[in-house]
Design a protein around this ligand. Structure first.
Ligand code: AMP
Length: 288
C-alpha cells in the first residue's frame, strides 16, 4: 500500500483520458468568520455547469449500486481481505478514493475492526483525510458501505486542522472553537506505522467516542443515529448529526473540518449570510 497515492494518480490519469472519470470543476472561496478559516468549493459557472449539475444529481441517485461491481477503469487496488479502493467517479478533488466493502454492507452498519484496519493502511500511505458519512442524514448518497479518502496537500487543505490538532494534542475532547457537539481524540505519535496496533486503536476509540455521544449500536450492528467520522494522522473527530441540510444545502463530513461544497454562488451566499459556523451547528444533534 506504500505506493497507494502514486497508483491512484496513475489510474486517475487513465480514467480521465478514457472518460471513465468525470471530475466536477469548482472554484475555491476562502472565508474567515470570527477568525476561523473556511473554504467553500463552488461549482464553476462555466458552460460545463449544466453537465456538472447533472453529474452531481446522477451521483445522488440511490437505486443502482455503483460499487458492486465497480467500473474496472475506476478500480485502484484490492485491500484484502474485505475491501477495495475505487476512484470517486464524480470527484471534486482529484484522486478522491472510496474504500468500499467487496460484499454489500449497509452504510449505517458500525465500522468493524476490518474497516479500521483497511483505513489505517490507507492513512499510513501518505497525508490524507479519511471520512465516513453514516447514512443519508449525514450526507451519504450511496447505501453500500464506503469510507472515503482525500489526499491532503495544496489542492486540499483542512481549514480547521490547526485548531483540531491544537486541541487534540492538548488532550481536549472538544475543540473550544467549535460550538457544536463533537468528540476529538489525538492519534498517538507513530501509530500509523504499526498497522495492527493502529487498527485496534482506531476501532476502540471509534466505539468509545460513539458511546460518549450516545450513538447506540443495535444488536445487529447498526448505529441507530447518523454521524460523521473524520480521521487524519493526527486526530479523530466524531460529529453526531441531526439532519442532512443547512438552509437546504447538504453538508457532509469534510464540512466539519471547514471544507464545504456548494452548487452555486447563491448557495455560498446563503451559508455565509446565515453564518458558516451556525450552519454547521444547525445540522448537528444536540443530544437528548
Ligand atoms: P457519498 O455521496 O458521500 O455517499 O459518497 C459516494 C460517492 O460515490 C459520491 O461522491 C459519488 O460521486 C460517488 N459515486 C457515485 N457513483 C459512482 C461510481 N459509479 N463510481 C465511483 N464513484 C461513484
Amino acid at each position: 500500500m506504500d505506493d497507494l497515492w502514486t497508483r491512484t494518480h496513475q489510474v486517475s490519469e487513465a480514467a480521465l483520458a478514457s472518460g471513465a472519470l468525470q471530475p466536477i470543476a469548482t472554484e475555491s472561496l476562502a472565508v474567515e468568520e470570527a477568525g476561523i478559516p473556511f473554504t467553500l468549493r463552488i461549482l464553476t459557472s462555466l458552460a460545463a455547469k449544466p453537465h456538472a449539475r447533472e453529474r452531481l444529481s446522477r451521483a445522488d441517485r440511490r437505486q443502482a449500486n455503483p460499487f458492486l461491481p465497480p467500473d474496472p477503469a475506476l478500480r485502484v487496488a484490492e485491500a484484502p481481505p474485505a475491501h477495495r479502493l475505487v476512484l470517486n467517479k464524480f470527484c471534486v478533488i482529484r484522486d478522491h478514493l472510496l474504500l468500499v466493502t467487496r460484499d454489500f454492507e449497509p452504510q449505517q452498519q458500525a465500522l468493524t475492526d476490518g474497516d479500521c484496519a483497511a483505513l489505517a493502511r490507507c492513512l499510513a500511505a501518505g497525508p490524507a483525510l479519511g471520512f465516513y458519512n453514516s447514512g443519508p442524514d449525514a450526507g451519504a448518497s450511496q447505501p453500500h458501505k464506503h469510507l472515503q479518502l482525500l489526499p491532503l496537500g495544496d489542492a486540499m487543505a483542512l481549514p480547521f486542522d490547526p485548531l483540531l490538532t491544537r486541541a487534540a494534542m492538548a488532550g481536549m475532547p472538544q475543540a473550544p472553537e467549535l460550538p457544536f457537539r463533537h468528540r476529538l481524540v489525538a492519534l498517538p505519535e507513530g501509530l500509523l506505522s504499526e498497522p495492527s496496533q493502529a487498527a485496534t486503536w482506531l476501532h476502540r476509540r471509534y466505539r468509545e467516542e460513539l458511546a460518549a455521544l450516545d450513538l447506540t449500536v443495535s444488536d445487529d450492528g447498526r448505529v441507530l443515529a447518523p454521524y460523521n467520522l473524520l480521521v487524519t494522522a493526527r486526530w479523530l473527530l466524531l460529529v453526531p448529526r441531526r439532519c442532512e441540510r443547512a438552509a437546504g444545502i447538504p453538508i457532509n463530513a469534510p464540512g466539519f473540518a471547514g471544507a464545504l461544497l456548494v452548487k452555486s454562488r447563491s448557495e455560498a451566499e446563503i451559508l455565509i449570510n446565515q453564518g458558516l459556523m451556525i450552519s454547521l451547528a444547525s445540522v448537528v444533534s444536540e443530544g437528548s
